[in-house]
Structures are given as structure tokens and as C-alpha cells.
Design a protein around this ligand. Structure first.
Ligand SMILES: [Zn+2]
Length: 384
């Protein structure tokens, strides 16, 4: 089968290539072979493909990339719980093997304490940018066929669902009736966060570097949000927040530009939550008004949380939420995916040319429906 591989990662002169590799073969009754329909690319893939920062599986030099997947079960082991034709996505992180890691031992590898976890397509395990992959049924999530067109967004949306779930848990500390959310950044994560907050009934403000006439700004407006450019005629975060003149109960920092994390602490409403979702690989230093920030955090009960990765239930809530989005704002999710390409175009991909989100179609979209068993009977328990 064909796969996109970052080659010679351990040798110091990595390259990206479309390679022919062995087809996966079931070796355990719990395993499943998945035929990949599509894989979404995000900032992590950009770093792996450009900065070559991925880590190949133990004993290997090459890494198959890609972690936002949508596929259809081609072959199912008898104890896998799946059937051929099931539409699935895969959880990205696999638990560490350290017996003292209580979170990995309890199905929460997104809270792994040892850092010895494995992530498919990122750290220590091959990803999904290939024609097929093999996976233990425990790490697959069934996607209803009615979400076929947007199923590749389940993984990125799971990141938003995890943080919303965490915010709700934290805010059980008080009576919290949030009215307004501020999103920093208008990449795929920021935009998914914005429409999620709209679906949740919040007033949404997005402050970001994209210009006012950009598709990003239009998407914010088209889901009922307010867009504010950050530079070149725009205004600083502090000035913007003060000008709004209303409490910002929830701030989601999706840019990874670390100085914004501290600026956001000062504009957060009393009793509010600031969630940090982004990182950039840099080593910035910053002089901050530490007394002022400390005072406002303490005297106004403010909370800052970091959030990474997602658990199975977050994937399941993401499936529910994407369906809600499509009902409330039909067509919006289609416009989020600005670039579609074939597998053989990935080695030449210029990430700078992607306005918002790229998806690699391993199977042409028009062939998807005939491969998928029609079922809308997937039921999940979820937190909304
Ligand atoms: Zn662990």
C-alpha cells in the first residue's frame, strides 16, 4: 500500500516521500483493518513535515504521518466489536505502559503523567496517511454514516470538546452563567471553538490576525460571531476587550503565541476561565505585570487551565456537536476545509498556501458512500 512517510528521522537528514509499504495484516482477534477515506492536516502535521519533529516507532527510522482520520472498516477481527463497512475514526494517543500512571490505567491517556505515551502519526507510532491502517478496536470510534462528509473533523473537534468538558467541571465551583466567550486565533481550532460556543448559546468574539475581508472573518460572522482583526489597523487584545465593555466569561487561547496567554489573564472576567490550547515551538521571554496579574487572579477567582489531546468521550461528543453545527449553520463546515488533495500531492505541499484547513482524500469523495454501511444507529452518552 501507499503511505506518506517522513524518512530517516533519526539520521539527521529527513525527507518526505510517498512510499510503498507492507499492507497491514490482522494478528489478533481484537484488531481491525481500516481503509482510509481521508486525513485532515493541522499545525502538528506542518511541524512534522517541515521541522521533522515527529518520532518514529521504536527500532524504525521512518514515520507515517497523519492523525485526523476518517476510514471504513475493511476487515474486522472477531473480538473487535466492528463490522466491515463501519465508518470510524481513531483516537490518537495510546496509553503508556507504566503501571504507576493512574490516568493511563483508567482510560485517560490524555492525562498521562509519565510522558511515555504514544501518539499515532506523531510520537512512536505510525499515523493514518496511508491507504490502510491496523488498529485495536478499543481505539476506534464509530461515526454515524450521516456524518460521512464531516467525519474527518471529529478529531480536531474532540480537542474543543475536551476543553469545554474541563471548563464545566472547573466551574462546578460556583454558579456560573456564562454569556460571552472570546476566542484568540482563527485557524481551524479557533474557528471550531467559535462555532462550538455559538452552538452552546454564547455570544462569541474572535480576535485574530486574519484581515476583516478574509474567509476566516466571514466564517465567524456566518455563525453569528463578531470578528476583530488584531493588527494592521486592528487593535490590541487589551484595548479590544475593554472596548467591548462586557465580562468575558470564557477565553480560549488557540494561537499558541504565549504573550497572549498572559494578556488574556488580565482581560478575563471575574470567576472566568482562560483555557490555553495552543503552543508554538519558540523560546520567548516576556516581562509581565506580575503583581497586577496575581492580584486579579486571586481577588477575582480567575482560573487558567491548559488542555491537550482528548479522550474517547470527547470524540463521541464531537460527533454529536458536528451534527448540531450542520443543523444550525448548514454548509459552514464545508467551507472550513479550503484545500483537498490526493496522497501523492502531500510531499510537495506548501502549508503557507492553505487558508484554513487541508484534507487529503485517499479515496475520491464520490466513492465514499458506496464503501460505508448505512447506519445512523450509533448511540453515545455524552456531556453537552
Ligand atoms: Zn501514562
Amino acid at each position: 500500500m501507499k503511505a506518506i512517510r517522513v524518512k530517516q528521522l533519526r539520521q539527521g537528514t529527513p525527507s518526505i516521500a510517498l512510499e510503498t509499504v507492507d499492507d497491514p495484516v490482522i494478528s489478533h482477534p481484537q484488531e481491525v483493518i481500516v481503509k482510509v477515506l481521508a486525513v485532515g492536516l493541522d499545525g502538528t502535521d506542518k511541524e512534522i513535515l517541515q521541522e521533522k519533529y515527529g518520532i518514529p516507532p521504536q527500532g524504525e527510522d521512518d514515520l507515517t504521518t497523519g492523525h485526523e482520520s476518517l476510514g471504513v472498516v475493511a476487515e474486522a477481527g472477531r473480538e473487535s466489536g466492528f463490522q466491515p463497512g463501519d465508518l470510524v475514526t481513531a483516537i490518537v494517543r495510546r496509553p503508556c505502559r507504566n503501571q504507576s500512571c493512574v490516568n493511563c490505567r483508567n482510560g485517560h491517556s490524555d492525562y498521562c503523567q509519565t510522558g511515555e505515551f504514544v501518539e499515532r502519526g506523531i510520537k512512536g507510532a505510525h499515523g493514518f496517511l496511508s491507504e490502510f491502517y491496523k488498529e485495536d478496536g478499543r481505539y476506534l470510534v464509530q461515526v454515524p454514516s450521516e456524518l460521512l462528509e464531516h467525519g474527518v473533523l471529529v478529531e480536531p473537534q474532540s480537542i474543543v470538546e475536551k476543553v469545554w468538558d474541563q471548563v464545566l467541571r472547573v466551574q462546578q465551583r460556583l454558579i456560573w452563567e456564562p454569556k460571552a466567550a472570546l476566542i484568540l486565533g482563527s485557524g481551524p481550532l479557533g474557528l471550531l471553538a467559535a462555532i462550538t460556543c455559538r452552538v452552546l448559546g454564547l455570544d462569541v468574539y474572535v480576535w485574530s490576525r486574519s484581515p476583516q475581508d478574509s474567509l476566516q472573518a466571514q466564517l465567524v460572522k456566518d455563525c453569528g460571531g463578531v470578528y476583530q482583526p488584531a493588527e494592521d489597523g486592528g487593535i490590541s487584545l487589551t484595548a479590544y476587550a475593554e472596548g467591548l465593555g462586557k465580562p468575558l466569561d470564557l477565553i480560549l487561547e488557540c494561537t499558541g503565541f504565549s504573550p497572549l496567554a498572559f494578556e488574556a489573564m488580565s482581560v478575563l472576567a471575574p470567576n472566568g476561565v482562560l483555557a490555553l490550547l495552543g503552543v508554538t515551538p519558540a523560546d520567548r521571554k516576556l516581562e509581565i505585570s506580575s503583581d497586577m496579574l496575581n492580584q486579579s487572579m486571586v481577588l477575582e477567582n480567575k482560573c487558567v487551565i491548559g488542555s491537550v489531546n482528548a479522550a474517547r468521550k470527547d470524540f463521541e461528543t464531537a460527533i454529536y456537536r458536528l451534527q448540531q453545527m450542520e443543523k444550525m449553520y448548514p454548509g459552514w463546515l464545508y467551507r472550513l476545509v479550503t484545500n483537498r488533495m490526493k496522497l501523492d500531492a502531500v510531499p510537495q505541499l506548501d502549508f503557507a498556501s492553505i487558508p484554513i484547513k487541508a484534507v487529503v482524500d485517499i479515496v475520491p469523495v464520490e466513492q465514499w458512500r458506496e464503501l460505508v454501511k448505512q447506519t445512523n444507529e450509533v448511540e453515545y452518552s455524552f456531556s453537552v
